[in-house]
Design a protein around this ligand. Structure first.
Ligand SMILES: [Zn+2]
Length: 228
């Protein structure tokens, strides 16, 4: 796997050692900076290696985005968005949507920094569209919400929740997997992206992203009756 650390001449262990002597706040800032400069760039344009239409790279190299509109606002009023990582409140989700990444790209997603193995939960109720692995996003999940308006993309997972399957319906807070650093991730974190879905579009993984940083209203929590 293409660990971006190599391009910066440092190994992951060195990066961790760099952070270990710092306070939590400074360490977090360092980690954010590492992700911004060293990784997580390509995971914004995942290319699922499964049957289906052949993805075509955008010449511009950037992921398109669309501004949140009144319908989005109404949607998240009616369907409060949960931070998809257990124990993380909305105030702890950094605003990294417009941060630059490698190759002139823009992030267009949220990076949620938590220890390896932290539980990842469904941000909304919906249906799992695809479980796939790719070089950039690592172990990933695509799901759509019950209205079909959005696609939620979860990347860099360590592993999936036991028994999770494509086409399965999940409720908000259901366990989906565990935070890892698969794919292009220099440190453990969840890369979470919300895209506006066009039902007529086959390459849904290239759908335009929506910045939901300000729409998170619920702290990540595993649903009590989720048996997984
Ligand atoms: Zn990211």
């Amino acid at each position: 796997m293409g660990c971006e650390c190599r391009t910066h001449g440092r190994g992951k262990r060195d990066l961790i050692a760099m952070g270990s002597g710092l306070g939590a706040t400074r360490r977090n800032a360092l980690v954010v900076a590492l992700i911004a400069t060293a990784g997580c760039a390509a995971s914004i344009r995942p290319l699922p290696p499964l049957p289906g239409p052949t993805p075509v790279s955008s010449p511009s190299g950037g992921t398109a985005s669309v501004p949140a509109d009144a319908t989005d606002v109404a949607y998240f009023d009616a369907n409060p968005l949960m931070v998809p990582v257990e124990g993380v409140p909305p105030s702890s989700v950094p605003d990294s949507f417009n941060e630059p990444r490698d190759d002139g790209r823009t992030h267009r997603a949220s990076d949620i920094l938590v220890p390896m193995g932290t539980r990842v939960v469904a941000a909304e109720a919906g249906t799992i569209m695809r479980l796939s692995h790719n070089a950039l996003g690592g172990t990933t999940i695509y799901m759509t919400d019950d209205s079909g308006r959005f696609i939620f993309y979860y990347a860099h997972l360590e592993k999936y929740a036991d028994g999770l399957t494509a086409q399965e319906h999940v409720l908000q807070g259901d366990l989906l997997g565990y935070v890892g650093m698969t794919g292009n991730a220099p440190v453990p974190h969840l890369h979470f992206q919300v895209m506006r879905r066009d039902p007529g579009r086959r390459d849904y993984w290239n759908s335009p992203a929506v910045d939901v940083t300000t729409f998170f209203t619920l702290t990540g929590r595993v649903r009590a009756s989720d048996e997984r």
